[in-house]
Design a protein around this ligand. Structure first.
Ligand SMILES: NC(=O)C1=CN([C@@H]2O[C@H](COP(=O)(O)OP(=O)(O)OC[C@H]3O[C@@H](n4cnc5c(N)ncnc54)[C@H](OP(=O)(O)O)[C@@H]3O)[C@@H](O)[C@H]2O)C=CC1
Ligand SMILES: CC(C)(CO)C(=O)C(=O)O
Length: 314
């Protein structure tokens, strides 16, 4: 299966490197600076599941993608703020039978991909991992948490999703073929928005927040607001998933944080609109009687961070 990994950052770099390690036919679509870094140093992964050095990872830049032909699978791993440019850059790789598997957090990227390439080409997907790109360019995988979930959005078991599943098996991450991928993407969004919202608002890990006065109540209120949006959209988290999420999000002593907090701490760009703003907008449309006060406080904090970052980097 010819696979194009769009982005060799934290997620694309990790999953793509593990696929390449196992001999899968992968090529990374990268921008010029990342291409130069990979050419100089190779693709390095530091992981509790085993380090990996790919001395010569196959890369292509957008200006040469047309010469690379069509791909069977495109694993899209950019941040949401780069989605429009990534869509235009990856377009030459999309043929009649290409499937696109996005692993971004949130949901609205599905609409953008559908509009550009047709919904029939767009799978559902998400990943659970704690990873980042270290200052030396290596992918730093920070815990054993490491899975990727994918499925046809109508729940069918197509030949192409079975082929994706076959390629993902036996590697250094947990693969999961889902028959209810939209439900799972919403559940992940509710979890992530609560985790990112609470840990960025408080600039602290879950355990630090629950140790503070009213910390657990704040996380629970945020989780409840996110759940209302999902339920109003027709994807109320299943009881067992909601209970597991609640336990993880309020665990005493937990050092769990969201990738968005890591991005803020490294003064990077964040997906404020995609992960939090979009949730509020959907909530205001579908449940206008709810005030979404905690989500709104989170969003204001994130937009203030963006404004400060823009001012200080201008
Ligand atoms: N990191 C994590 O632990 C987790 C992240 N996620 C989600 O996964 C998604 C991806 O996040 P993450 O991997 O952390 O992000 P990163 O910023 O680490 O990586 C994204 C990569 O995409 C590349 N990129 C962007 N646009 C293009 C383009 N047009 N062509 C080629 N490459 C491009 C960037 O390239 P360049 O280097 O040139 O900027 C960057 O290397 C996000 O939605 C995030 O929320 C989900 C679970 C966990
Ligand atoms: C929920 C979590 C931590 C797991 O992948 C995540 O998606 C993130 O940090 O962005």
């Amino acid at each position: 299966m010819r696979t194009l990994i769009v982005g060799a950052g934290a997620t694309g770099g990790y999953y793509g490197a593990r696929l390449a390690e196992a001999g899968a036919d992968v090529t990374f679509l990268v921008r010029p600076a990342r291409a130069a870094k990979l050419a100089a140093d190779g693709l390095n992964v530091r992981s509790p599941l085993g380090d990996l050095h790919l001395p010569d990872p196959p890369t292509v830049t957008a200006d040469h993608l047309g010469e690379a032909g069509r791909f069977d699978l495109i694993l899209l791993s950019c941040k949401a703020y780069d989605l429009d440019s990534a869509i235009s850059d990856l377009a030459p790789a999309v043929g009649a039978d290409t499937a696109i598997l996005p692993v971004l957090n949130g949901m609205s990227h599905l609409d953008a991909l559908d509009a550009q390439f047709g919904a029939e080409r767009v799978l559902g997907g998400s990943c659970a991992i704690a990873a980042t790109v270290a200052p030396d360019g290596a992918i730093r995988h920070m815990s054993e948490l490491c899975s990727i979930t994918y499925g046809e959005r109508d729940g069918s078991r197509s030949a192409r999703i079975e082929a994706v599943d076959a390629m993902m098996r036996g590697l250094k991450f947990q693969p999961r073929l889902s028959d209810v991928i939209l439900q799972e993407m919403w559940e992940k969004w509710v979890f992530l928005a609560t985790l990112a919202g609470a840990t960025t608002l408080m600039r602290a890990a879950v355990g630090d927040i629950v140790a503070a006065p009213e910390g657990t109540a704040l996380i629970e209120a945020l989780h409840a607001e996110c759940t209302i949006v999902a339920a109003s959209s027709g994807f109320e988290p299943r009881a067992i998933v909601a209970e597991r999420a609640r336990a993880q999000l309020t665990a005493a002593g937990s050092t769990f944080t969201a990738s968005m907090l890591r991005d803020i701490e490294s003064k990077g760009r964040i997906e404020a609109d995609h992960v939090i703003g979009d949730l509020i907008a959907r909530g205001q449309r579908l449940a206008p009687e709810v005030s979404f006060q905690v989500l709104t406080a989170v969003y204001t904090g994130l937009k203030a961070y963006e404004a400060r970052r823009a001012r200080e980097t201008a």
